[in-house]
Design a protein around this ligand. Structure first.
Ligand code: ADP
Length: 683
């Protein structure tokens, strides 16, 4: 944790430390060397490179190269770009190594600048412009500077804008388009003035001075250069001041103020010497030589020329050397010193060769850049084409994606709807299930109650039947005694004249007999048991019917009745009960019949696992309202005077049919005869 904090702290310090804190930054870098934090390291290395530039260009290059390596390693394009920027500057500004600068420039131009800041991109365009100026491709240089200007205008970087205007001035100066040059330098001066950039103002004024010299306007040149000199005091830049002194000297020399010019030249020379700036020294000696030559001080002039040559050789300034050699060749040639003249001519030729080879070299570099640029443009073209293709693919993909999204949205909506419906259905089902379970519970409870009730009913029925049986059975014996004694009394009073007594006796005997019949019927009813409790067998109902007709023979004859029967089935049942059932129904059909010839038809049908029987007569019929009541015990619709009976026959029929698991009912209207139906389960 402490280690990480240290790294962050060091990184922060490295970012905010100004360049003059080189030693401190270097110390921090040493501490970081043992760490693996490439990001922090490369940041520090870049800081160091800037700190070393321009005082120690080689070290600056070393640090920038290291930063470049690290940044490339972790693919930080921003830092790669920054490292290349400082490397380009080191190589073309300080070392004049155009080849290396161009190599780095090509690398920088191939970087994806998406994450590179506008300021850094503008800076690189500036380097590009300067490099093209150096190799003489002014059109490309102009293009680079204009691009740079656009970026600065976009970011409203006023110093950047002023600087580009200055560089454009220098560009047109190189092309000897001095009027345009004046325009850009003047604009640069105004812009530097607006932002109170004194150094910028000084440089712009000095540049204007140089340009006016080219335009042979030495008055103006002197004026601008003097202004530059005046302002330069406040910026304490010896090199710049030395150049301005040189320019002021040149202007004044041109204006004929040789004395004043020499003062400025000497000041510039002193400054150049104190800076060990051989370029300034060479230029000042050259100016001194020209002034001396102009004023006829030939020997002094040659001495200055030679010192200029020494200094120019040191910095390999071949243009200056060419000018000096040419001047000296002509001088000695005119003086008739052909030996010296020849010597300078040879040196002049050599330096010209070297310059033209440099020109060729520049041309070569230019061609190479052009080639690389074309290649890059071709690559860009291809990339654009690919981009277009991929754009199309992306569009298709997008369309596909949108479709997929729409489908997905549709599916999701459907799913949500279904889910909602499912939830509602589930809720509804749950409610339904709840209601069903409640209802089921209610039904279960009422079923239980019903079962209990049925059980109780069955118990009470059983008890009632047992009571009826016991009562009728026990009543039979005393009733028989009563009837016997009544018969005895009747015999005793047979010869008496008392008619009332005889009538009373007859009445008592009849009622006792009726009572006997009733008790007999109750007993009979009580004896009818359900099919579970009676022995069952295969009963051929045709035989049962024959016995019925036999039993009813007497009645049938007395009433001239006919009985028809279909072929009847064999039914698994109790033969006594089946006889009772058919006999009761057929007997009633004959009994409750006023027809001349009573007819009873017995028909049969097998349906739905049941035997359906119908006993139809052409008798008196029964009103619909009594259809249920006539199956109750002792229920009769007529008096005994009309039709003899006890009202127990149909009750017995119902008991037998129910005991077998069947049903009994009728269809009848008064005077329309009656149809009694009953079912018994088929085997
Ligand atoms: P019972 O014949 O001894 O009176 P039932 O139980 O057999 O007793 O008959 C009950 C009553 O139903 C009868 O009194 C009669 O009024 C009526 N009944 C029964 N069968 C017929 C029939 N075939 N036609 C008309 N009435 C009938």
């Amino acid at each position: 944790m402490r280690f990480k904090l240290t790294i962050v702290l060091l990184w922060f310090i490295a970012i905010v430390l100004p360049a003059q804190n080189n030693a401190k930054v270097y110390d921090l870098l040493n501490q970081l060397k043992s760490t693996q934090h490439d990001t922090a390291k490369s940041t520090l290395l870049l800081q160091l490179a800037h700190a070393y530039y321009p005082s120690d260009v080689e070290k600056a290059i070393g640090k920038a190269n290291l930063a470049l390596l690290l940044a490339e390693n972790y693919k930080d394009n921003r830092k790669v770009f920054k490292a290349l920027d400082i490397l380009i500057r080191c190589n073309y500004e300080a070392k004049s190594d155009l080849n290396t600068a161009i190599r780095y420039l090509s690398r920088a131009k191939n970087i994806d600048t998406s994450f590179v800041s506008i300021t850094d991109r503008a800076s690189l365009l500036g380097h590009e412009g300067h490099i093209y100026v150096q190799i003489g491709d002014y059109a490309k240089a102009q293009h680079a500077f204009f691009e740079q200007l656009k970026l600065y205008e976009y970011t409203k970087d006023r110093q950047g804008i002023a600087k580009v205007n200055y560089d454009l001035g220098a560009l047109y100066f190189s092309q000897a388009d001095y009027l345009t040059t004046v325009g850009y330098y003047s604009k640069a001066f105004d812009l530097f003035s607006n932002i109170a950039d004194i150094r910028g103002k000084v440089e712009a004024l000095n540049a204007l001075g140089s340009t006016y010299q080219k335009l042979n306007n030495f008055e103006k040149s002197n004026q601008y250069c003097s202004d530059a000199l005046y302002l330069s005091e406040s910026i304490n830049d010896l090199q710049l001041t030395a150049k301005i002194h040189l320019n002021v000297g040149n202007a004044q020399a041109a204006l004929g103020n040789i004395e004043g010019a020499e003062i400025h030249f000497n000041t510039a020379l002193e400054m150049g010497k104190s800076l060990y700036d051989q370029l300034i020294i060479a230029n000042v000696y050259h100016a001194l030589a020209q002034t001396a030559q102009k004023t006829g001080k030939k020997k002094i002039a040659i001495d200055f020329y030679n010192q200029a040559i020494d200094a120019a050789v040191l910095v390999n300034n071949r243009q200056l050397l060419r000018d000096i050699y040419n001047t000296l060749y002509q001088y000695y040639d005119e003086a008739g010193d052909y030996s010296e003249a020849y010597g300078y001519l040879r040196r002049l030729t050599a330096v010209k060769d070297s310059l033209s080879s440099e020109e060729r070299n520049k041309q070569f570099i230019n061609d190479r850049i052009r080639f690389e640029t074309e290649q890059k443009e071709e690559e860009n073209k291809q990339l654009r084409a690919k981009g277009l293709e991929s754009d199309l693919t992306i569009q298709k993909q997008k369309a596909l994606n949108y479709t997929s999204l729409a489908v997905l949205a549709f599916v999701i909506s459907c799913t949500l709807l279904l889910y909602n419906a499912f939830r509602q259905k589930k809720k509804y089902n749950e409610e339904l299930e709840l209601q069903v379970s409640k209802r089921t519970e209610q039904l279960r409870v009422s079923n239980e109650e019903l079962t209990t009730f049925n059980h109780k009913l069955e118990q009470s029925n059983n008890e009632l039947e047992r009571f009826a049986y016991i009562a009728s059975h026990d009543l039979k014996s005393p009733l028989r005694n009563i009837i016997s004694f009544l018969n005895l009394i009747q015999r005793k009073v047979r010869n008496q004249e008392d008619k009332d007594l005889k009538e009373y006796l007859r009445f008592a005997t009849e009622n006792a007999k009726q009572m006997n019949v009733l008790i007999q019927d109750v007993l009979e009813f009580s004896r009818v048991e359900s099919s579970h409790d009676v022995p069952s067998e295969n009963v051929d109902l045709n035989e049962s019917m024959m016995m019925v007709v036999q039993n009813l023979q007497e009645t049938m004859q007395s009433k001239n009745a006919i009985v028809y029967a279909d072929a009847l089935p064999v039914v698994h049942s109790n033969s006594v009960q089946m006889l009772q059932l058919f006999q009761n129904l057929v007997g009633n059909g004959i009994k409750y019949n006023k027809s001349y010839q009573p007819e009873v038809k017995i028909s049969h049908k097998k349906m739905n696992g049941h035997h359906l029987f119908c006993i139809q007569d052409n008798g008196i019929g029964i009103d619909t309202q009594y259809h249920d009541q006539i199956f109750e015990m002792f229920k009769r619709l007529h008096t005994r005077e009309e039709y003899n009976g006890t009202g127990i026959g149909l009750a017995i029929c119902k008991k037998i049919v129910s005991g077998m698991g069947g049903e009994i009912w009728l269809d009848s209207e008064p005077n329309e005869g009656a149809k009694f139906y009953f079912t018994v389960p088929a085997n």
